[in-house]
Design a protein around this ligand. Sequence first.
Ligand code: UDP
Length: 305
Amino acid sequence: MDNFITGRPENIAHLMGHEGFSFIKYNVCDYLHVDGPLDAVMHFASPASPQDYLELPIATLKVGALGTHKALGLAKAKGARFLLASTSEVYGDPLVNPQPESYWGNVNPISPRGVYDEAKRFAEAITMAYHRYHGLDTRITRIFNTYGPRMRPNDGRVVSNFIVQALQGKPLTVFGDGSQTRSFCYVDDLVRGIVELLLAESDKSVTERTDRTGFLSQRTESSAESMHDPVNIGNSRELTVMEIARLVLKLTGSSSSIQHQPLPVDDPKVRRPDIRKAEALLGWTPKVGLEDGLKKTIEYFRKVL
Ligand code: UDP
């Protein structure tokens, strides 16, 4: 299901007609009904580029809150496993780098970015409540900056912006002085990690000893070992935005200049995932290096521009 508020039909055109695929154009904030049994509900619906959620603040809050509630209700009705796509934005402008799942974050709820951060924080809270109160088998992944083919050329994110600008001979728009950092994960690595997390079997010794409120939990294992608690998925190679700009110029062979523009409000100064939990719990680790991933992404944009 997708209402294409930020997605595009072209991205699923190759799946249409496949016997294992069906599509419903729908807003998941509305009551959800699906005929027949379901094994799993994976809730990814949300604008996720800062440009998009700043333009769509209410829709972003609604899908994180009402959409997550509906998706959880569907999973509960079908006895299906539930996976929430959360985000590194739950860490806000982090005071700890890299960010482990145990870090509670540094979020300004009333900042323009707060609409996304708080929607996803609420989504995590209601997912854990359905797990503890209804015993729903849930998973939460915190997705860090991801890039690759099928991004919208105008989606506003740094990798797509820089590649499109470089290929069109326009200046690369570096926000602020470009010293802020991000860590970029190629889409195939992300998808593999998410599938591993979805398919990972629950550790029954953990769930059996957790009471409905979670407060009286008898857990002896550290929360880092529970697959119901959030799991970071991302690549831990950290670069400054200036370094990304220079790398895109090198890989595209572009002679575009660099143009500094104002830094968006509350733009996180650093971001890098601590992925030791995913490595230990899922045996997952990213495999696609940044240069290789960028080359594939550049090839894609060369074709579509
Ligand atoms: N950024 C930039 N130029 C652009 C787009 C983004 O310098 O044209 C910066 C942005 O300020 C941020 C980083 O690149 O520091 C990543 O931004 P993006 O929008 O990709 O996602 P975010 O990590 O902020 O969610």
